[in-house]
Design a protein around this ligand. Structure first.
Ligand code: UDP
Length: 159
């Protein structure tokens, strides 16, 4: 894997992306990865994992008091997910634009070319995740991946 930057003056940013269980089981992985590459992102690391309840509860801890939380945990543990680190200038904001609004039904109307419009079903089953800020990206990448001294990512052993 190579972190070769064509233009050293361009500041790279990393974001955390995930293809959720409905995206993987619906066979959207290849299409989504093509959109990622065509949009100028480097896929720095990608791993398919089956999340357990505790991992999802920790990852989405900010939503733990919400009524949708138990169903969210059920959904996110219903099958394997593809977790990724994506690199690009302005990666966090640009990936959020590409995935579209949280509610896939809304996305189909307001952002028909977004990834969630393409493969999401509704407010919950929206097929992809993206960090919502640079701070979230740092937390979420570190949540799933460890970074070696040479700069390479690998998933935490317990995942
Ligand atoms: N979600 C849900 N019901 C809601 C809001 C969110 O099931 O009313 C799920 C949905 O899968 C969403 C995730 O919880 O992607 C996290 O919600 P957030 O508001 O952080 O949206 P996101 O950042 O993923 O767009």
């Amino acid at each position: 894997k190579c972190r070769c930057y064509a233009d050293p003056s361009v500041e790279m940013e990393s974001t955390f992306a995930m293809i959720k269980p409905d995206g993987v089981s619906g066979n959207y992985t290849r299409d989504i990865k093509k959109i990622i590459s065509d949009s100028g992102f480097g896929i720095i690391e990608e791993v398919m994992v089956q999340l357990d309840e505790d991992t999802v509860k920790n990852f989405y801890a900010e939503h733990s008091s919400r009524s949708f939380f138990p169903r969210l945990v059920q959904y996110m543990t219903s099958g394997p997910v593809l977790i990724m680190v994506l690199d690009k200038a302005n990666a966090v904001a640009d990936w959020r634009v590409l995935i579209g609004p949280t509610d896939a039904e809304t996305a189909k109307v307001t952002h028909p070319h977004s990834i969630r419009a393409m493969c999401g079903l509704n407010l919950q089953r929206n097929c992809v995740h993206g960090s919502d800020s640079p701070q979230s990206a740092v937390r979420e990448i570190a949540f799933f991946f460890k970074k070696s001294s040479s700069g390479f990512y690998s998933k935490h052993d317990e995942l």
